[in-house]
Design a protein around this ligand. Sequence first.
Ligand code: ATP
Length: 629
Amino acid sequence: EPVKKFKELTVGKKEKLSEMKYYSSLCEVLESVESTTKRLEITDIMSNFFKKMIDEGPETLTKCVYLCVNQVAPEYEGIELGVGESIVMKGIASSTGKQLSKVKSEAEKLGDLGTVAMNFRTNQKTLFPMPRLTIDKVFNTFYEISTSSGALSQQKKIDKISSLIVSGSSKEAKYIVRSLEGKLRIGLAEKTVLVALAQAAVFHKAESKGKKASSEELSKASEIIKTVYTQLPSYKILVESLLTHGIKNLQEFCKLVPGIPVKPMLAHPTKSITEVLDRFEGMEFTCEYKYDGERIQIHRLENGQVISFSRNSENTTEKYMDIMSKCDQFLKSGTKTFILDAEAVAWDKEKECILPFQVLSTRKRKDVKESEISVQVCVFVFDILYLNGESLLKKTFNERREIMKSAFISSPGQFEYAISKDLKSVDEIQAFLDESISGNCEGLMIKVLSGEESTYEPSKRSRNWLKVKKDYLDGIGDSLDLVVIGAYIGKGKRTGVYGGFLLACYDPEKEEYQSICKIGTGFSEASLEEFKNTLSAHVIPIPKPYYSYGDATKPDVWFEPVQVWEVKAADLSISPVYKAAIGYVNEEKGISLRFPRFIRLRTDKGPEQATSSEQVAEMFESQNFNSAS
Ligand code: ATP
């Protein structure tokens, strides 16, 4: 009887939906993307798919885009799609009628829960046809799973996962599980998705007019969409505007807005003051202290709310609630909405001086009570991107600096402007660099002040901002931020913890982590204990298909790419066993670090923001150039 009732409810009430509304259409696309590694082919497949999706309207297209990048909300909202492995296993067990132990043993054997779910579904007989999964349904369920919390949430999550798998085909089950685990690695980087979206819009428009899209139009559209996204990283707003106003008018309608983090501008490392002067010859530039804290982007919204974001676009308002809550004290009258770029630094109130980064890192990030905050923070503001309804990105740095100084009131030890001097000679800059180091800073940031090259370039590692770190003047120019992908079992004094680790840089073009060195120096006993605890939870039985490494350096255990470590090294050398930057300097050999030393855990960088292969190659080349000259 219940089965009959269910049949009437689902099968009988068939809605006529376009084929594109079903999740199977997305899975087919994901499958074809997975079957190729060629970027152009992937972009073509995606743009073709998005073009058809345009006809389904902005909501479905937005959900598709999110499912492709494996998110359910913009990054800055901090809602992550990533359910613990044990919950996903329980979901698979309950939906496929298998014992949990069977799911576990298959997962160990195959190394991929998605394949386990797919195999179980293939062999499963269903009593009656289930309603087909729509993109809408999958997205909404993922969203609910990602946002549900509380005592009952575990069982609720399992039930929701189970209901999706039950309704899905074997192929759908595979992608559902991979997405839920946060492991949908099909080569769909943000850049590919954005370019595909732009091309889809151009193709769609051209087709509706019975014309062909020109390659010029296509590349222009891609540039527009990428620029817009760095200022307004919200697929929802982007897709809605794209469909309403068209690609050509996108920049006009999608401008930065307080409340949505802008991807910060980044700097290039240099190894000497003369290198800086060579680069900036004939240009007006300024030198600023390079503070050693955490980047903070401060936004004041229309409603007066003040919020902050990290370098990584994570909302850090809670961490800095003491400063955010009194931010209005630092405003001149007439200052309403704004976006500031700054560095938050630990501050010694009594001695009135900057404290090292390690002190700042002891601040809690969550469940912060203002009364319990013991580490005082001073914010050093160095740029302004938006003021009272107007974007300032296109203004020169000189203009932005003046606007910034006219809108705020500096307050010592709480809210100050970055110390800066417009210097010209090597000696003056050297003296300023020494001064910055005695003031507990890392060195200097040297920036173009006027002309077209002094605009604010969101998300770009620009040659118009150069960093000079004292430590590196005779070394390799900068530290590296690397991903821990494996470890070696500790012996002797390190029995019980990991003895050493395998590190990797990231290649965003190939979307892979490439081994760069083994590291065993620079760790305190406490940090080794901590890494044993934190990393053990991320051990995987086999390396990821997107790990590139040589057999000679194979670690005893592999990890998911979760932690980023800052590492210093004596120099870089060409290596037959490591894979970093392979193809950049040498076709077959990679680059490795000599004498790497652990400096600190970078909690403000995700694995894909680790030092890139291109940066590694640049460091190698600049080191060789300097030693040759
Ligand atoms: P990158 O951001 O270049 O990948 P990173 O995060 O390791 O590397 P650094 O190499 O140390 O950062 O240099 C850039 C960072 O320096 C900025 O992201 C910012 O947090 C910090 N900083 C401190 N003072 C300044 C300043 N005056 N102007 C710009 N950035 C500054």
